[in-house]
Design a protein. Structure first.
Length: 118
């Protein structure tokens, strides 16, 4: 599976951005897709995930109520709507895929930079 993330940019605190992650290649075995982020000097952290067939979603506590993950199965695309952005949301955002039968996310996109100014 190949993943292409887009939609990052520079926004003021309180603003919104929508990230997209388009999947291509062998997507039939996709179990779950997720967003992760890595801020400078910090470990990569989980942001949100969505199961591909049952649409169950999960969020990190830090983004609950502000971010919404969604997907379009026909377009093989996942989205992350980010509202009420804070400076601490500044990071490179990565999308990833976990295949059926896998424990971990094994395919990763290239990342898109999100910068929130105060």
């Amino acid at each position: 599976v190949q993943l292409q993330a887009s939609g990052g940019g520079l926004v003021q605190a309180g603003g919104s951005l929508r990230l997209s992650c388009a999947a291509s290649g062998r997507t039939s075995s996709t179990d779950c897709m997720g967003w992760f982020r890595q801020a400078p000097g910090k470990e990569r952290e989980f942001v949100a995930s969505v199961y591909w067939t049952v649409s169950t979603t999960y969020y990190a506590d830090s983004v609950k109520g502000r971010f919404t993950i969604s997907k379009d199965n026909a377009k093989k695309t996942m989205y992350l709507q980010m509202n009420s952005l804070k400076p601490e949301d500044t990071a490179v955002y990565y999308c990833a895929v976990k295949r059926l039968g896998s424990r971990d996310f094994g395919s990763w996109g290239q990342g898109t930079q999100v910068t929130v100014s105060s």
